[in-house]
Design a protein around this ligand. Sequence first.
Ligand code: ATP
Ligand code: MG
Length: 395
Amino acid sequence: MKKIILIKYGELFTKKGNRKAFINKLQSNICHKLKELDVKIKNNRSFMQLEFNDKDLEEIKKRLSKIFGIHAYQVASVVDTNIKSIEEEIIKISKEKEFKTFKVETKRSYKEFELNSMQLSKYLGGVILKNNENIKVDVKTPDILFKVEVKKDNSYIYTDTYKGLGGYPVGSQPKGMLMLSGGIDSPVAGFLSLKRGIIIDAVYFEAIPHTSLEAREKVIKLAEKLVEYTNEIKLHIIPFTNIQEEIYKNCNPDYTITIMRRMMYRIMESLAKKNNAFVIINGESIGQVASQTLTSMSVINEVTNMPVIRPVACLDKLEIMDIAKKIDTYETSILPYEDCCTVFVPRHPVINPKLEIAKTEEEKFDYKTLINKAVEDSFIIEIKDKKEKKFEELL
Ligand code: ATP
Ligand code: MG
């Protein structure tokens, strides 16, 4: 008996105008993630069908669970659409399973089929009862649910539905530049923006020797976790030492964080334009620290017209931590290396900064030249999915 994986798109299905583009994007993302495995993919209006080799099933399931745009998937038996074939297969499946109570549910999109959904469910329920001992029907909380989907040529029978990540396929939106620090919040912000289909480049500001190479390694590790949900991530490393030192030397200590973040945003905008990105993404959360009050955000944001997306803006720290644990970035994020913000943190950062003061303070050094130099001296580390890397190493 042939088994296939049925992939359901869920929310994508409601996108009438661009549904086809979304489905094609999802298909190419699935192909990319499964590329060295022996699979064949066909797409349909409402689902995708994946033929696979039995030995790869567990690996395929693991990978599908990290692809945005998949609402749910099932491992199903495929039979010809006729009662005899459906009946034989459902008996076979029922004999392989242990259960005391069950239910059959039918979805019939092929309306010319001789029985309607209710009739077929009832008929198959009778067949299962006849062929197994000590079982009964329970429509409310069955131990096992047999699902039958009747389509024109083929019908599909399965008992388990695996939940996908939902969201949109990565690449259904253009690129955003993610400010990725070593903290808890920004990897979560990255994950949530990937979920909306945004392609991301990551940007890390480092202040060597005030920050260590271990701190950079930590950011690389976080990017490696994120890349499991997308095809690749370019991580831009920005040498930020000179700018940090000049701010520290020249500006009112209460304003150093405000000014440092204005510098970061300027660099982000410049990098975004160079790399065809449309938005800046970061892990700011309203009220979390002095630089994330609404007044601080507005003074900092004033340097750019580019949209700034803050996916965790309205989440509590505990909610952010929950997501970080789910995506397995938390343990890396809490490793103790300093980042450039913590090294230079002032004693009394201003909570309600004034734009005019920030502007006057930052004019005390030639930041434009330093910003251009930081962008010029930045370099890229290509982050690839480890599974794919392993495969490439084998070639
Ligand atoms: P996180 O836990 O993500 O570091 P945080 O609570 O430490 O966040 P801040 O340090 O104030 O918050 O930074 C807010 C956001 O600014 C971060 O989430 C991140 O998006 C960005 N950011 C801060 N420092 C850096 C850095 N060194 N490189 C890149 N982005 C940074
Ligand atoms: Mg931080």
